[in-house]
Design a protein around this ligand. Structure first.
Ligand SMILES: [Zn+2]
Length: 317
């Protein structure tokens, strides 16, 4: 039997059809930037149809659909996310999509979905206790404890980006101070660079952005400015390394996981050198010595969310 995984992002919806651990087909559609949640539901349903066509899967062969979505997921409902239209107020995503696709729908947080995929098919395969950290626009996290995804008492576990690593520190996009994401998220890095640049600090960051005709400071732009030896960007990446290292060490000291997987657009772009530096910050901060864990790179890249949503649907049926 086949399951279909949908990864709902602010920019696009990725769909993957899977049978067991084999990928049958993939499709990608644009997420509506405006409108209401009906427009988003229409695109999710269209993605199901399209990936079925690509994979040559008959409607009757689809056992279930999994959706990885930003926001806090409780019993098939989602709310609290501002980067998808109509997803701020809580609503019954599973029920509404189920009516459209006429198949059981199982909803999971997008970072939890990516964690499930890295645990089953990626860099965390074979582990019983795993922490995954994804540094992209923001910073998210997911955990596998005792071989199972740990979602918390109300679905809100894994908010790694909002672990406080510096009391009274930089303002985070969440409005609090000193969170990991205030230093290690692409959005926070771009904001800090804009402020420093406005204060007269030289940087090539915004020139690189213009050269690549980007409208915002992407992870690729950050990586290229760093490679060109930009001092401001080097300082901001130092802060990101320190914040991720402190946060990972605190989480490992609490949970005693076997492995830590670090992924996400920013981490992937900055590459192995970045992960090695984060690992070097983590090691001396670990309570158990010599260190039992190492920070390794995620293996599945941007496909992790769709793969994990499909696996979640199979597990839930
Ligand atoms: Zn925060």
């Amino acid at each position: 039997m086949v399951t279909i995984g949908l990864d709902l992002g602010g920019g696009s919806v990725q769909a993957i059809a899977m049978e067991g651990e084999e990928v049958l087909g993939e499709a990608r559609l644009k997420t509506p930037a405006t409108g209401d949640r009906t427009a988003v539901l229409d695109v999710l349903a269209a993605a199901v149809h399209q990936v079925r066509d690509v994979g040559g899967v008959a409607a009757d062969d689809v056992r279930a659909v999994g959706v990885g979505t930003p926001g806090v997921v409780i019993d098939g409902t989602v709310g609290g996310t501002s980067n998808v239209p109509g997803f701020l107020e809580r609503f019954a995503l599973a029920d509404l999509l189920q009516q459209r696709v006429e198949r059981p729908v199982h909803v999971v947080n997008d970072v939890s979905a990516a964690t499930i995929a890295e645990h089953r098919l990626g860099a965390g395969a074979g582990t019983e206790h795993l922490l995954c950290v994804f540094a992209g626009t923001g910073v998210g996290g997911g955990m596998i404890l005792g071989g199972r995804p740990y979602l918390g008492s109300s679905g809100g576990a894994g908010e790694f980006g909002h672990m406080i690593v510096r009391q009274g520190g930089a303002v985070c996009p969440c409005g609090r101070r000193g969170c990991v994401e205030a230093y290690a998220g692409r959005r926070a890095i771009a904001l800090a660079a804009e402020r420093a640049h406005a204060d007269g600090r030289p940087t090539v960051l915004f020139d690189v952005m213009a050269e690549h005709q980007e409208e915002r400071v992407t992870s690729g732009v950050v990586a290229e400015a760093l490679a060109r030896g930009d001092e401001l960007v080097a300082d901001l990446v130092d802060e990101a390394v320190g914040a991720l290292g402190a946060g990972i060490a605190a989480a490992v000291n609490l949970l005693d996981v076997e492995a830590v997987v670090l992924g996400g657009g920013l981490s992937d772009r900055l590459g192995a050198a970045f992960r090695t530096r984060v690992d070097a910050v983590v090691r001396p901060l670990l309570f158990l010595q010599p260190p039992q864990v190492q920070v390794t790179g995620a293996a599945l890249g941007a496909r992790a969310g769709g793969l994990g949503a499909a696996l979640h649907a199979a597990d839930s049926t």
